[in-house]
Design a protein around this ligand. Structure first.
Ligand code: MOS
Length: 739
């Protein structure tokens, strides 16, 4: 695929976000901003053990406290069913056990009761007065993993064992990534309303349709009696993809009491009850000939999951197609621990997996005494050897070469500690990255109005990435209607069913549906035109007409001889024409003709001051190959945010459990350290804009997750270059570097 030298002018718009003013003025309504008449407040009671059973649960004191309306627990909350597993993401959730289903405690903080009161303060006070007696057992939160059963083989080719044995140069190392907790600024929350027949759930969800489907099954009502609304999200990072128990607790309480109920999960509970990226332990064996040609790659990963649910962190997501290597095997397995159920976190699978694989590539380059960029260039595959398919659009080599040029990589000297600047030791590291480029099924409605405006709507949602703006831009591009005349409506399960805000797939998914909807809405305008006497369109077949830049004209004629669509609607006394476009999923499709991924390369500089043991990530250059970019401003913002998050993954983030109690001990934003502005490097983001038209007509992929993949490997490789210390267990602690 060749890159066009100039893109259509509208596609170059770097306009600000259309939803920006609502956010900065506080007018955007997030879930917990909803306050309904007569609303009550629910506060869960959390288990203080991680393994055992409830022997007694005494709510008598709590029930008599001021304002308390009800205390729910096993037996009195009413029916809450399990949602049955479906195909793919049909009615999907990670934690399947409904709250209060039995008296067994399997992780610390598990909800054992919930108090509902007139005020939040009353509910908190009463929740503290619920007395629980446990039969506690020793929890298992061990960080070292042994396979519990035969791992499953995710990808295999050639004879990796034999090739590894006979190779000239080899690496055999194990890498660990810790539990990471999603920390969006907006806490998870539900405001549930039951009118005697229907539920309205204001919900912090990355998937209003899925949330509705799961809740309907769990609450035992038809889908059409549940409406889920999520107009704005203060991010989610995957933690809000699928429903968690607080949602059905709030909904059940609202039904029981006949009043709206608000339940806001606390930051502490966020560390136990709403998912996390599980700990991974990954052994990589990598072998090459003396010239750097790879001969074998084995990637064996384990991750922990909860006692009841099987969550696999798909660490080998990128392993089979990253490099040309004839002999390969990737396996995965899970081990059970007394922890809450893990879930997707930004770049699930690929992010920890690429950390391990790209770290091993750096170690191999050192063993070969070869430049790590050169090692990657030498092993560029012609096709995806895992799927045995051509790539839809892969420009990884250009990511590396452009990135190297921008960063100044040719000035790198390979010896540890050999580069100095202003009294600091410099370390330079590089890593590749990739992420799936797919589409979910999507429906989008487009309506054209007689005043020249348009409305685009879909039951997808804006996780905070700029989906409102991007949809408006796509409709503007396809209709010629200016951005400010386009209304975007999202975040309501009653709209045409749209995709979950997951897998960085929303933009790519909605484009084909928008194209169809626009064409169908324009066809209806043409039919109006054909009935207009005293116009040149009268009596024409709709097929003889076209719409260019919002102007209807005869095919073959110049648009200058046409009539605006709004004028045609006005002449016909038609207020609007609406149409729904539908596009099938590419994700999970069995008859794939291409391997569809985005690619990128990160170049990282760290500075090291040995005298005071001070390490900083000072500079990052990232080049991303993610198809055509609809709006460079929010796109760059996604990559910058992901790079910052990657610095956190490398140096700071880790959720720790107390070995005795199983409690997440750093369950707050003081002790769970996140990167702040002061920790953030200078970041230079570039996009290679090769349109990937396998994915959609505009050639757009997605950018929400890819930027996080690879950063931690580039940082730890840079640290090795500066200090000589290779850290294979994230996050890097300063103690690791005190040699
Ligand atoms: Mo992303 S982890 O698919 O929200």
């Amino acid at each position: 695929m060749t890159r066009p030298t100039t893109l259509p002018p509208k596609m170059r718009g770097e306009g600000p976000r259309i939803e920006g003013p609502l956010k900065v003025t506080g007018a955007a309504t997030y879930t917990s901003d909803h306050n309904l008449p007569g609303m009550l407040y629910a506060v869960p009671v959390c288990a203080t053990i991680a393994n055992g059973t409830i022997v007694a649960l005494d709510t008598s004191v709590a029930e008599t406290m001021p304002g308390v309306q009800a205390v729910y627990r096993r037996g009195n909350i009413g029916p809450i069913f399990r949602s049955a597993p479906g195909e793919g993401f049909e009615a999907y959730l990670d934690e399947r056990r409904p709250a209060f289903e039995d008296d067994t405690i399997r992780y610390y903080g598990q909800y054992v009761a919930a108090v509902v009161a007139l005020t939040y303060e009353q509910a908190v006070a009463a929740a503290g007065a619920v007395s629980v007696t446990y039969d506690a057992r020793q929890p298992d939160v061990r960080e070292h993993f042994e396979p519990e059963k035969k791992p499953s083989v995710d990808s295999e080719r050639g004879d990796p064992e034999a090739a590894f044995e006979s190779a000239a140069v080899k690496i055999d190392q194990t890498y660990g990534t810790p539990v990471e907790t999603h920390n969006p600024i907006e806490l998870h929350a539900t405001v549930a309303d039951w009118d005697g027949e229907c539920f309205t759930l204001y919900e912090t969800t990355q998937g209003v349709v899925n949330h509705r489907d799961v809740m309907a099954e769990m609450l035992g009502v038809p889908r059409e009696r549940v409406r889920v609304i999520s107009r704005f999200l203060g991010s989610g990072f995957g933690g809000k993809l699928f429903p968690w128990p607080h949602s059905h607790i709030a909904a059940s309480a609202a039904r029981n009491l006949g009043r709206p109920v608000k339940l806001v999960v606390t930051r502490e509970m966020m560390f136990g009850n709403v998912g996390h990226r599980p700990r991974t332990q990954q052994r990589i064996r990598l072998a090459a000939a003396d010239d750097g040609t790879l001969s074998a790659l084995m990637h064996d990963s384990l991750n922990h999951t909860s006692i009841l649910d099987d969550y696999t962190e798909n660490c080998s997501e990128a392993t089979a197609y990253s490099y040309r290597v004839p002999n390969l095997r990737a396996t995965s397995g899970i081990v059970r621990r007394n922890v809450g159920t893990p879930t997707s976190m930004r770049g699930p699978g690929a992010v920890p997996g690429i950390y391990a694989l790209e770290s091993a590539m750096d170690e191999l380059a050192i063993a070969l005494e070869m430049d790590p960029v050169e090692l990657r260039l030498r092993n560029e595959p012609e096709r995806d050897q895992g799927l045995d398919l051509p790539f839809s659009s892969r420009h990884f080599v250009e990511c590396l070469t452009v990135g190297a040029e921008k960063f100044g990589w040719s000035r790198r000297t390979p010896q540890v500690g050999s580069m100095r600047d202003h009294g600091l030791t410099l370390g330079w590291g590089v890593a590749g990255c990739s992420w799936i480029a797919e589409r979910f099924a999507a429906e989008v409605a487009v309506e054209l109005f007689n005043d020249g405006t348009a409305r685009v709507s879909s039951a997808t949602q804006d996780i905070g990435t700029g989906t409102y703006t991007v949809l408006a831009q796509v409709v503007s591009e396809k209709t010629g209607i200016p951005l400010e005349k386009i209304e975007v409506v999202l975040g309501d399960s009653d709209l045409a069913p749209g995709p979950i805000s997951g897998g960085s797939m929303v933009t790519a998914s909605v484009i084909p549906a928008i194209s169809q909807a626009v064409e169908a809405a324009q066809q209806r305008v043409f039919m109006v035109a054909a009935k207009l006497e005293d116009t040149p369109f009268f009596g024409l077949e709709p097929d003889a007409l076209a719409c260019t830049g919002g102007v209807v004209h005869r095919k073959g004629d110049s648009p200058e001889e046409g009539t605006s669509f709004e004028r045609i609607l006005a002449l016909g006394n038609v207020r609007s024409t609406a149409a729904v476009g539908r596009a099938e999923a590419s994700f999970g499709s069995p008859d794939k003709k291409f391997s569809q991924h985005s690619f990128g390369a990160h170049f990282v500089e760290v500075t090291w001051q040995q005298e005071i043991a001070r390490l900083r990530v000072s500079r990052v250059a990232t080049v991303i190959d993610a198809g055509r970019i609809v709006n460079p401003k929010p796109a760059r913002n996604q990559i910058e945010g992901a790079v910052v998050m990657g610095v956190g993954m490398a140096l700071l983030e880790a959720t720790r459990y107390d070995a005795r109690s199983g409690a997440p001990i750093n369950n707050n934003l003081a002790d769970y350290r996140l990167v702040t502005n002061a920790d953030s490097p200078r970041i230079d983001v570039s996009f290679l804009e090769y349109p990937d038209t396998v994915l959609n007509d505009m050639g757009v992929r997605g950018v929400g997750e890819i930027g996080l993949a690879g950063i931690a490997a580039a940082v730890t490789s840079a640290i090795h270059h500066a200090t000589g210390v290779r850290v294979r267990e994230l996050p890097v602690r300063i103690e690791n570097l005190l040699g």
